[in-house]
Design a binder for this molecule. Structure first.
Ligand code: ADP
Length: 193
């Protein structure tokens, strides 16, 4: 299964991606984690991406596409992937589609973890900071949520039109969200081509 996870910052997307990857025996690929690793290692990509990530802005498409190409291609040959954090714009989705369709790596399902704006803010206030990530400060979190609403939500329409969008209510306890996501994906698994 080749799956894309879409959800705002604070939706629990990373957590669900891990559970889903384990259930279906597929690879979890997180664009955010890969970028953070490049930044820690101070690679050329990391140095170019650092200031965007720190501000909560999207890093330029070319950088993200570069670091994802190999892992996505490899995972596609080994049963599939849960892609967490990419694409984040319709432009990225269109570019990726052109590359992926020739590689047999094209997305089959887009799963949207739906968490309303107010609930995201409530979670953010409750936990203060999360993993000690430097982009988890309150003002940067606000900006990341804005960027999601402006640039990423148009993706929902994009995948709905292709009839591969599945929506799960993400404003529930982690285990309930996982169970609902897996149930929905199991339902459509036999129809995937
Ligand atoms: P979240 O979705 O919770 O904000 P991520 O770990 O997915 O966290 O992303 C962290 C940061 O990495 C983003 O704010 C952005 O700067 C960068 N990033 C991740 N994926 C992409 C992408 N597909 N395109 C551009 N920037 C990205």
């Amino acid at each position: 299964m080749r799956l894309l996870l879409i959800g705002p910052p604070g939706s629990g997307k990373g957590t669900q991606a891990i559970v889903i990857a384990k259930h279906f025996g597929i690879r979890h690929i997180s664009s955010g984690e890969l970028l953070r690793q490049h930044i820690t290692d101070q690679t050329a990509v990391g140095r170019a991406a650092a200031e965007y990530v720190a501000r909560g802005d999207l890093v330029p498409d070319g950088l993200v596409m570069d670091i994802l190409r190999k892992p996505v291609e490899a995972a596609s040959k080994e049963g599939g992937y849960v892609l967490d954090g990419f694409p984040r714009t319709v432009g990225q989705a269109e570019s990726a589609y052109l590359i992926a369709k020739d590689l047999g790596a094209r997305v089959q399902v887009a799963l949207y973890l739906d968490v309303p704006h107010d609930e995201l803010l409530a979670r953010m206030m409750r936990r203060g900071h999360t993993d000690g990530r430097s982009d988890d400060k309150e003002d940067v979190m606000h900006h990341r949520i804005e960027v999601f609403e402006e640039l990423t939500t148009p993706l929902l329409d994009y995948y709905a039109r292709r009839e591969i969008l599945v929506r799960v209510d993400g404003a529930r306890p982690v285990e309930e969200v996982s169970a609902a996501a897996i149930a929905e994906l199991e339902k459509i698994r036999p129809t995937l081509t």
